[in-house]
Design a protein around this ligand. Structure first.
Ligand code: ZJS
Length: 253
């Protein structure tokens, strides 16, 4: 039998020497041969999609949520951990689900406060070379392979970020939110920095260097607020929600 000139593999057309000797379903059903294909990029896309499906499916049912970020290395007896724990509890009492990265340190403290207050305490974990696993205070946990999928979940399913002192992971999450706000990809999204002595020098640098050199506008500095008081932090989040709800009911009229 002569081979067809065009071979259609889904949307891909193959001709001549590129026409394969077997069909896709033959290859799927034929279990012999190398398993290298599971490490190829097209297969990876399926895994990425599966993470989105799991994440969307689980988090869309959790109601109003706020994400709390901060160092994975903060010891449990550090004052920042006490603040995070208090904020976790206050957020639950204000009607929120608390979402963290599910790891140790500040994340664990916020999850602890949320769980102790009887709330939903979410951990969006990440596969890391030095596996730490979800902390014991998480009562809904998802473990992600991909940082970028997990990052989207924080923004999509929370209505504000609370950021305690942390390292590069925390800064990454903070600046992700600021970039999305600055470019209008998210609106009415409160970002509260907790710890004025820790965040003060960063804010000074943003003002004295970035603003002075014209890299940001004065309004960009209004995107974040700083406090040392857990109650004030949660109050700002609740106020932002009221403003947003009032605006959306205005536009509905
Ligand atoms: C002890 C240790 C390094 C454990 C790592 N285990 C982790 N588990 C979950 N999320 C993490 C972890 N490390 C970093 N992150 C992410 O990055 C942020 C903290 O990173 P960092 O410590 O500030 O830079 C967290 O808000 C979290 O979203």
């Amino acid at each position: 039998m002569t081979r067809r000139r065009d071979y259609q593999r889904g949307p891909v057309t193959l001709r001549g020497a590129r026409v394969p000797a077997s069909t896709t379903d033959q290859r799927l059903l034929d279990t012999r041969g190398s398993a290298d294909w599971v490490h190829t990029d097209p297969w990876r896309v399926m895994r990425i999609q599966a993470e989105f499906v799991e994440g969307f499916g689980t988090l869309s049912e959790l109601g109003r949520s706020v994400a709390v970020f901060g160092s994975a290395r903060t010891p449990a007896d550090h004052p920042s951990a006490a603040l995070a724990e208090q904020i976790g509890g206050e957020l639950v009492r204000a009607g929120y689900t608390v979402i963290t990265g599910g790891g140790p340190g500040i994340m664990e403290a916020a999850n602890k406060g949320a769980a102790a207050a009887g709330g939903t305490s979410v951990g969006l974990g990440i596969e890391l070379p030095f596996e730490t696993g979800l902390n014991e205070h998480v009562n809904v946990g998802i473990n992600f392979r991909y940082f970028f999928v997990r990052k989207l979940m924080f923004v999509k399913y929370s209505e504000g970020f609370v950021v305690l002192p942390g390292g590069v992971g925390t800064l990454d999450e903070l600046f992700e939110a600021l970039t999305l706000l600055q470019t209008g990809k998210v609106t009415s999204f409160p970002v509260v920095l907790v710890g004025s002595s820790f965040w003060g020098p960063l804010l000074d640098w943003l003002r004295e260097t970035l603003l002075a050199e014209g890299m940001i506008t004065p309004e960009d500095l209004d995107l974040v607020r700083v406090t040392d008081d857990p109650e004030e932090c949660v109050r700002w989040i609740v106020e932002a929600r009221r403003e947003r709800d009032a605006r959306s009911s205005d536009t509905a009229l």
